[in-house]
Design a protein around this ligand. Structure first.
Ligand code: ARG
Length: 292
């Protein structure tokens, strides 16, 4: 059963600005209630798709703790703990460290690894496992440092393809790049430097490249959770739905607008804990909600 980490959104808000989507002045108290509903709906969608969700407690003063994708890179039970670029999120490091220590005592992860001093790496938000190609795609530039690439490679003993991000609006790899179970890659080319775009084209044949438009990427739909033939994402433009259906993916859309106000959506609100480098059996289609 796929296992995801999520965070209780009770302390979520937009009170500082560390990316262009965040506008503290536009934040309203009612957004927090909407965030509770949105987060609960995302959790329900994951469960309906056959996943288990571990939920961690919120911490006052750490609103972005709701984005656990940034907490660590996890593969085969090994946890490479993140270091955040911005002071506003650095307080999350100790919280997530104790979360992972507890998960370790429960046998849900095996080993915690620290980054060397001076290296920034914002977890699975900037380092995404591609099961089909058996490699990590890792973003760097706005948040994670280029030096993180070699460390990820050494820590996991796996190939890492480094992609430089070119836009401050798509500041984490997961906002613009999503490898899918069938080998396709859903991505927004303009978010990458020309060299990174060339690297993607070199690795992913044309028939497997699903290019998102600016509108689709700005709807935070590339920031999707993929389980087999299913994709769970923020509300999608019809154009994207059609593209993904043509590749036999079915979409579950969740209204994640309160989190988009912080520059995040489905993928970064979750962290997959059970990812394995070994080939996995295909995940069966979701049971209908009524059978839950
Ligand atoms: N406000 C958060 C930040 O700027 C959003 C993080 C979203 N996470 C992600 N992996 N895209 O850090």
């Amino acid at each position: 059963m796929p296992l995801f980490l999520m965070t209780d959104p009770v302390c979520f808000d937009v009170s500082y600005q560390i990316n262009p989507w965040m506008r503290p002045k536009a934040w309203r108290p009612e957004h927090r209630a909407a965030a509770q509903v949105a987060s609960a709906n995302l959790k329900a969608a994951l469960k309906a798709a056959g996943a288990h969700v571990e939920t961690i407690e919120a911490v006052h003063g750490l609103p972005d703790l709701v984005f656990p994708a940034n907490a660590a890179v996890v593969l085969d039970g090994r946890v490479l703990l993140a270091r955040f670029r911005h002071a506003e999120r650095q307080g999350e490091e100790a919280v997530f460290r104790s979360v992972f220590a507890r998960l370790k005592t429960r046998g849900l992860v095996e080993e915690l690894v620290d980054l060397p001093e001076g290296v920034f790496q914002e977890g699975a938000g900037d380092c995404i496992w591609d099961a089909d190609r058996h490699l990590f795609w890792a973003g760097f530039g706005p948040r994670s440092s280029k030096g993180s690439i070699a460390i990820i490679g050494r820590t996991f003993g796996e190939e890492v393809v480094a992609l430089e991000l070119a836009s401050d609006r798509f500041y984490h790899l997961d906002t613009c790049f999503c490898p899918l179970a069938g080998g396709q890659v859903l991505y927004y080319p303009e978010a990458f430097t020309p060299a990174a775009q060339a690297m993607i084209r070199e690795r992913v044949p044309t028939a497997q490249r699903i290019e998102a438009t600016a509108q689709e990427a700005e709807a935070f739909c590339v920031n999707a959770v993929n389980l087999g033939a299913q994709l769970i994402m923020a509300r999608a433009p019809a154009s994207l739905r059609a593209k993904l259906n043509a590749h036999s993916y079915s979409l579950t859309e969740v209204d994640l607008d309160p989190f988009i106000l912080s520059g995040g959506a489905a993928y970064c609100m979750t962290l997959r804990l059970d990812r394995s480098s070994q080939p996995q059996p295909a995940i069966l289609a979701a049971a209908p909600l009524a059978a839950e």
